[in-house]
Design a protein around this ligand. Structure first.
Ligand code: PRT
Ligand code: ZN
Length: 285
């Protein structure tokens, strides 16, 4: 049987979460992890462990069918491949930064200046769009030290907490793109691989839906039942069952993580009691 070949980062910020995502989707590796290639006994899949920068090219050249990379790497190197799923982890942004004492009034600041980066393609696209004439100085690592050693007047790099910029005396002045981990693939994948991919994505979405939602059980006074049910509509509609004590019902539903605290407060204000919140392992939507 054909196997779906997926390339993931060998070691780095994406690797642990990529392996975990596959594991949660029921894909376990038989010959261990972190080799060059491993196969799964539970799913027709082969995992290739690579440097993240090389993954778009492996997918473009059909050595791998799909890959997991940061959107920043996709934007820099992802020609002929497309994003097939957003994964929501390893979030960061790609920003321009300059020495903190410099006055900044807008992107025109960079006219005639030198900018150090490992992402020349994304930066070049931005500078063209803005009509800015700056020199791009490509370096492969430690971009943040470039202004301090006189190599460039500004940098374009990945920012997460911003502490690397601060500790190098820099300030973030423009966010050019936001990034998260994505699954990439070619649009012209053979149909049997497309089917395998669709099944894998279905599993991934079920895992993600589950982690974004909680199962909630509570006791509600019957006179407030309509308002409580309206607050937690769940997947279709909540289960409501009478309690042994008259005047009360038990309500079961699903609640999204992002609304969680606000809705819990509203439920309490409506007189809900004995609220239990339980993690969901998989959620088929
Ligand atoms: O060896 P390989 O080439 O595979 O890995 P790599 O070293 O190129 O990449 P890696 O593992 O560092 O990052 C992989 C991906 O994680 C990136 O392409 C991004 O999509 C994503 N990501 C998320 C980050 C960060 N957050 C991040 N903070 N990648 C890098 N950083 C760097 C950033 O450049 C800065 O220098 O971490 C430093 C700390 O950031 P602050 O702002 O929190 O101080
Ligand atoms: Zn890399």
């Amino acid at each position: 049987m054909e196997k779906l070949k997926i390339a993931i980062q060998k070691s780095g910020r994406l690797s642990e979460k990529s392996v975990l995502l596959l594991k949660e989707a029921g894909i376990s590796m038989t010959n261990g992890e972190r080799k060059l290639i491993s196969v799964s006994s539970s799913y027709p899949i082969e995992v290739l462990y690579l440097r993240d920068d090389d993954i778009p090219q492996y997918v473009r050249d059909r050595v791998a069918d799909i890959g997991i990379v940061g959107e920043n790497v996709f934007a820099e190197k992802g020609s002929e491949v497309e994003v097939v799923e957003r994964l929501g982890f390893s979030r960061c942004r790609m920003s321009l930064a300059i020495p903190k004492q410099e006055e900044y009034k807008g992107p025109a600041y960079f006219n005639g200046k030198k900018i150090a980066t490992s992402y020349p393609v994304i930066l070049d696209r931005y500078l063209r769009e803005q009509g800015i004439d700056a020199e791009i100085h490509e370096i492969s690592g430690s971009v943040e030290i470039a202004p301090g050693i006189g190599l460039a007047e500004g940098i374009f790099d990945i920012v997460s907490s911003g502490s690397t910029l601060i500790s190098n005396g820099l300030k973030e002045v423009e966010v050019i793109m936001k990034s998260e981990a994505v699954v990439i693939g070619r649009s012209d994948m053979p149909s049997e691989k497309k089917e395998l991919l669709a099944n894998l994505l279905f599993r991934i979405r079920s895992v993600q839906a589950a982690s974004n939602n909680k199962y909630i059980l509570l006791n509600a006074p019957n006179d407030k039942l309509d308002e409580i049910v309206a607050l937690i509509p769940g997947m279709k509609s909540p289960t409501v069952m009478p309690l042994a004590e008259s005047g009360w019902s038990s309500v079961h539903s699903v609640l999204s993580e992002s609304q969680f605290w606000q809705i819990i407060d509203e439920l309490k204000n409506l007189g809900a009691q004995g609220i239990l919140v339980i993690p969901i392992e998989k959620m088929i939507v």
